[in-house]
Design a binder for this molecule. Structure first.
Ligand SMILES: *Cc1c(COP(=O)(O)O)cnc(C)c1O
Length: 384
């Protein structure tokens, strides 16, 4: 049987060379003793978890981070062994495969008593010690254990460790506003973290790693690096926030380029409505180019009338609404051949927009732009 060739319609090029360079840049920003955990949740922010995980490990990341246990188990199933990388996963739900996690040698985050009990049961069931990392809610108000409940969680975890059921491998937390320079919650969370660490260590916890820094903290707050940093978005070459600077300011290069082939070019008269609702009407006779990507592919419908696309040698705006599978650009007096390349976003070298530009056009963050590129768009790996 011959394999179906990849569709010509569109592709997301993933520059693994850029990803490796970004990991090295991030490593150079942290103290030599501190490790880098490459966060590859949500299919590596849409870039492809297994390929990106391997590239990050090649470039010196020592740990991988995922949200769900299923994401972590999938990395192990793809052949990333315990010798290759430790993997921390932090978003557990009751009934999740804790025993599989123990068997796979995952580091499992525990934010409360129910999770600790599941980890202990999984250790009993497998006859293997469960590696757990206790997560502190130092002020984010999302996952993590409240300071008031911390002594009980730490105490019970230590008892289980004493019985040989657990190994407490880490103490950790997560920032709420690390991307807002000078936000008072940063110092306050750091204070609470120090207090909660001190309590746990006095009680007898000897963590391998203590960590709290995401990308913005890795890039701008060295006092938050502790033993390990957990960059996600920065590794993909995207700035965590325009307030902090551009990716170039940090020496990071965008990893994903989203490109499509123009599916149709046609001349239309003045006064012609374009796409659903006719929110765009041509002012004069013009050429329309059809871009075969839509909101099912992750092109935000909120960027209707605004999203920038490089076609030919000029950046054009989405004309009218983004539909499920396609949108239109007004080429004016220019024409291009059907099949010509449309660059939706990329590093910007060729004059194409960036994911940050799309975030602005859609009133969202660049994280959402790259992460939502759909499964219908094949990932094509460069510089593997
Ligand atoms: C997603 C996530 C990260 C990475 O965040 P970035 O802002 O992309 O660097 C780190 N830690 C946790 C707990 C996360 O959920």
């Amino acid at each position: 049987m011959t394999e179906t060739p990849p569709p010509r319609r569109a592709r997301a090029e993933i520059d693994l060379g850029a990803l490796r360079a970004n990991v090295r840049t991030l490593r150079a920003r942290v103290a030599p003793h501190a490790q880098v955990m490459a966060v590859v949740k949500a299919d590596a922010y849409g870039h492809g978890a297994v390929r990106c995980a391997r590239a990050a490990l090649d470039a010196g990341a020592g740990w991988l981070g995922t949200a769900t246990p299923h994401e972590a188990l999938a990395l192990r199933a793809a052949g990333i062994t315990e010798a290759d990388a430790r993997i921390l996963c932090w978003l557990w739900t009751p009934g999740d495969p804790w025993a599989d996690g123990v068997e796979a040698g995952l580091d499992m985050s525990v934010s409360g008593m129910w999770a600790l009990r599941e980890a202990v049961e999984a250790a009993r069931a497998t006859g293997k010690r469960a590696r757990v990392q206790l997560k502190a809610d130092t002020g984010l108000g999302r996952n993590g254990c409240q300071p008031a409940d911390w002594p009980e969680l730490v105490g019970e975890a230590l008892k289980a460790e004493g019985r040989g059921l657990l190994e407490i491998t880490g103490l950790w937390s997560h920032f709420a506003c690390a991307d807002e320079p000078g936000h008072p919650s940063i110092a306050s969370q750091l204070d609470v973290f120090h207090t909660m660490l001190e309590h746990a260590e006095k009680a007898g916890v000897e963590p391998e790693v203590r960590h709290i820094a995401n990308s913005p903290a890795t890039l701008t707050l060295p006092e938050t690096h502790f033993d390990l940093v957990r960059p996600g978005i920065a590794m993909y070459g995207v700035s965590p926030s325009p307030e902090l600077g551009t990716s170039a300011d940090f020496g990071l290069r965008p990893v994903m380029t989203l490109a499509a082939s123009i599916a149709l070019v046609k001349r239309v008269p003045a006064g012609h409505g374009v796409s659903y609702g006719h929110h765009y009407v041509t002012e004069q006779e013009t050429h329309l180019g059809l871009v075969p990507l839509g909101y099912a592919d992750g092109i935000p419908r909120h960027a209707s009338g605004r999203g920038p696309v490089l076609v030919g040698d000029r950046v054009r705006r989405v004309a009218g609404r983004v539909a499920m599978d396609q949108f239109v650009v007004d080429l004016g007096s220019d024409t291009v051949e059907p099949g010509a390349e449309a660059l939706i976003f990329g590093p910007g070298d060729r004059g194409e927009p960036t994911a940050e530009d799309w975030a602005r056009a859609a009133d969202t963050i660049a994280y959402e732009i790259v992460t939502r590129i759909g499964a219908r768009v094949p990932r094509v790996y460069l510089n593997g």
